[in-house]
Design a protein around this ligand. Sequence first.
Ligand SMILES: [Ca+2]
Length: 343
Amino acid sequence: MVKYVNEFKAQALVANTQKYQLLPSGMASLFGSATSTEPYNEQAGVVAATLNEALVQDYDGLLRVAPAWPSTWDVDGTVSVQHNSKVDVQVRNAVPSTVVLEAGANAAMQVRSPWPGQSVQVVDANTGATVVGPTTTSPFTINTSGGHAYLIEQAAQPFTNLPYAQVTGTAAAAAKHLGPVRIGLDPPGKPYGGTPAAVPGLVQAENYDTGGQGVGYSVSAVNGTANGYRPDGVDLEATADAGGGYDIGWTTGGQWYRYTVNAASAGTYTLSLRVAAPNAASGALHLADASGTNLTGTVNIPATGGWQTWTTVTVQAILPAGQQVLTLAADTGGWNINSLQFG
Ligand SMILES: [Ca+2]
């Protein structure tokens, strides 16, 4: 019965978070409206309090470990409890795997066994002494010394037998989402206009991501004659190319512009760059993914005879499916770019 209550609670927490946690800051929004200007503090509070109480409860002088944790959720968490103490708990496959009491004071702390019916012992991590058990009695008492950590473990599975799990991983390159809502902040750069450019499709050079210098673009000098197009516009000018609009000029090696795009499918795309260069620009540019991998190889731009005499240079790029940030990197200067057509 408890199990099903916990699962229902987990579903309710997820549903409420998806409904209310709508603001980019991660705060919840009253009435579940993304356009509401009223933060909904209670939502974050309910989530925090519920998770704490589910992981470690401390009332009537008795510590209960994972008394109401949903069986489908793994967790690594720390909960503050009585006597200025903390309990660190890891749960895997519905069973506590690691339980540590970090004592903040000298006290006699009552603990309900995290593994009912199993033989349990408590080891003072500071001294190595076994201070409780092995015992199947529950609850048991740990006479704590402030500043000591106590390993609460199954006698048959002491900490010394636990597998060593190496910490691995790479920095996140994309935001996490829970259903339709953000968990935490998206990367600081955002697609210009709010929506990633569709691939296949046309990406206007002037529509580089927002976020400013070092985020949406990086330029060594601010130039341009069409700064009215966007508040953070740099190096833009009205273009004489077909279709009008703006192009990026004043190119210099080392400058770059980012574009958040959404590729309909993974595959090799033909990238048609609309460019102009009075003189041939060898090794002019390349397109890179978020991890810096060169997707196109170095692209050469032939002489078109003028800054507003346009031609199309075609290269290929392999893209994964979905939303991603592409960087148009200038390797040398001497050219303008109007648009990037992904076909
Ligand atoms: Ca353009």
